[in-house]
Ligand binder design. Structure first.
Ligand code: XBP
Ligand code: MG
Length: 237
């Protein structure tokens, strides 16, 4: 029986990646770097989950000799860039740059009314989650979620299943009684490796990903009702 919905954040709750991209480029400019990520390049870079990991990956691409630098100095630079990027992202979200994707809010409300638990499983930073969910759900957003896994408490990024395993442990439920809702191949792999049936709602950044193994792929949640999820979930077991 379906008892909990576990939502990814970036790309699933909201189309955030264009806002992340702008924030990365603003951080590079502010910190005096000549890096500038185009939309096409960023779409490729999304194969690397996590903002810090993504910047380090890019740095290694543009400077193959990076390993000769001091590891501590590299990490300090990436941490600083990420701090600046997060501030730009938060500011944009606070100014209303992103809204929930169609159907997300209605499904959350129906699930809660029916007594299901809601949870979050994301690789993104806690500050980003708070900014988005505060703007979409209001000041009391935290009380709506039984568990939140994020970059702060699950450092191994998707496709590693750590964040989903952590959320399942906090929910106290077996994976078979939960459903993950994701937008990307890395997210799908993480959820499946944790044993979770997974519904995919792709977006422009992830439309070309491989979704083999998904419970179902739908364009968005606008025509997905809780009754559908219960039916698909029961048939997938
Ligand atoms: C999303 C991400 C995140 C964001 C940036 O993946 O990879 O890294 O792009 O956020 P998912 P941070 O939706 O699978 O969780 O800069 O805070 O890492
Ligand atoms: Mg995502």
């Amino acid at each position: 029986m379906l008892k909990a919905l576990i939502f990814d954040v970036d790309g699933t709750l909201a189309d955030t990646e264009a806002v992340h991209l702008r924030a990365f480029n603003q951080a590079f400019a502010q910190e005096g770097l000549d890096w500038h990520w185009t939309l096409a390049h960023y779409t490729e870079l999304l194969a690397v989950s996590g903002g810090k990991e993504r910047m380090l990956h890019h740095w290694r691409q543009v400077n193959p000799d990076l390993t000769e630098l001091d590891g501590g100095a590299i990490q300090a630079t990436v941490d600083r860039l990420h701090e600046v990027k997060t501030a730009f992202y938060e500011e944009a979200v606070n100014q209303g740059a992103v809204a929930f994707r169609p159907g997300v809010l209605a499904l959350m409300e129906d699930a809660r009314t029916a007594g299901l638990s809601l949870a979050i499983a994301t690789t993104t930073s806690p500050a980003n989650i708070a900014a988005l969910l505060r703007s979409a759900l209001g000041a009391d957003w935290r009380a709506m979620f039984a568990a939140i896994g994020d970059a702060g408490n699950a450092p191994k990024k998707k496709p590693h299943p750590q964040v989903y395993r952590k959320v399942l442990a906090e929910l106290g439920l077996p994976a078979s009684e939960c459903l993950a809702i994701e937008d990307s191949s890395n997210g799908l792999q993480a959820a499946r490796a944790a044993g979770l049936p997974t519904l995919i709602t792709p977006n422009t950044f992830t439309a070309g990903h491989d979704f083999t193994g998904a419970m179902r792929v739908v364009p968005d949640l606008s025509s997905v009702q809780l009754a559908h999820l219960r039916e698909w979930h029961a048939a997938f077991q």
